[in-house]
Ligand binder design. Structure first.
Ligand code: NAP
Length: 284
């Protein structure tokens, strides 16, 4: 049996850690707000990240973003024993993966494995895990990761984190273009039914079909919080700038998310960006 230290029991982490408990692993959990850790039936609660990590074979972090990982990372580095693997599944970008890898002592291996999918997929174990890191560690942990979804090994350390930014750039951009297309239809006097019909004939057809119920109801209950999408948009723009790439569309996505967040929509689902761009009040 593997002893797993699980750090971070938010919307995603709580569901993922529960799957490992149910699969029969010994899971020691730590969460910054202890109450959430105590809600996780079948897991032992650690008072600090260091206590969770001390006796673990595997350490998994599923935290909000780079700031959280940089806060918790030193405790992982101080306590992880040689032979331990650390898997970070948060969306943090390749720079923070490199920072964490450099902070870990010799003999401790890091995999980056951010996820595609949201809370439903986390609950059902059908996430896609975008994995970066050495072959042997990926092979070793594939059976356990398969309890959470489908691991896809994309390359060396940082490849998973990079891939996740690519995926989220597509996600954020698509929602932005959908919203602006509907806004244009409104401005040109096309009834919404006609706008949906037209969008159904474009590359946005699938997104239009999926997002229409939320737009029609004006309700965007949180799965992937808009504030987290804004964090990701910031990571994407920073990565592009560091590489000297011009990405005005990514900047526009970040600008829209910044506005929506400032308008108080950060706790809603990121698709509340649609409501914000369309000038609709939240109907919840
Ligand atoms: P969440 O519900 O906001 O949970 C965030 C977690 O990070 C909580 O455990 C929180 O602790 C912890 N945390 C935040 N700041 C911290 C700090 N400074 N120090 C220590 N712990 C800190 O987020 P989530 O939806 O589970 O997402 C987790 C990660 O997965 C994020 O990187 C997100 O971008 C990514 N992701 C999310 C989704 C989704 O659909 N939700 C999908 C794919 C990827 P507290 O409980 O104490 O606040």
């Amino acid at each position: 049996m593997t002893t797993v230290a699980w750090l971070g029991l938010g919307a995603m982490g709580s569901r993922m850690a529960l799957r490992l408990v149910r699969a029969g692993h010994e899971v020691v959990v730590w969460n910054r707000s202890r109450a959430r850790a105590e809600e996780l039936a079948g897991a032992r609660v650690a008072a600090t990240p260091a206590d969770a990590v001390r006796h673990a074979d595997l350490v998994v972090s599923m935290l909000a973003g780079p700031a959280a990982v940089r806060e918790v990372g030193p405790a992982i580095a101080a306590q992880a024993r040689a032979g331990t693997t650390v898997i970070d599944m948060s969306t943090i970008g390749p720079d923070t993966v490199t920072w964490l890898r450099d902070a870990l002592p010799d003999g401790v291996t890091l995999l980056d494995a951010p996820v595609l999918g949201s809370v439903a997929e986390a609950e059902e174990g059908t996430l896609t895990l975008l994995v970066g890191g050495p072959d042997d560690a990926v092979t070793r942990w594939t059976p356990l990761l398969s309890e959470l979804g489908r691991p896809v090994h994309l390359g060396p350390s940082g490849a998973g984190a990079a891939a996740k930014l690519v995926a989220n750039n597509a996600l954020i951009g698509t929602v932005g273009v959908l919203a602006e297309s509907l806004s244009l239809a409104d401005a040109l006097g096309l009834p919404r039914d006609v706008a949906w019909q037209v969008l159904g004939l474009t590359p946005l057809a699938d997104q239009a079909r999926r997002r229409r119920p939320a737009i029609d109801s004006g309700s965007y209950p949180p799965r992937f919080a808009l504030s987290l999408a804004l964090k990701d948009a910031g990571l994407i723009v920073a990565a592009a700038e560091n590489a000297g790439r011009r990405m005005p569309l990514a900047r526009a996505g970040r600008a829209w998310l910044t506005e929506a967040d400032a308008a108080g929509r950060g706790g809603e689902d990121y698709t509340a960006l649609l409501g914000h761009i369309l000038g609709e009040e939240d109907q919840r």
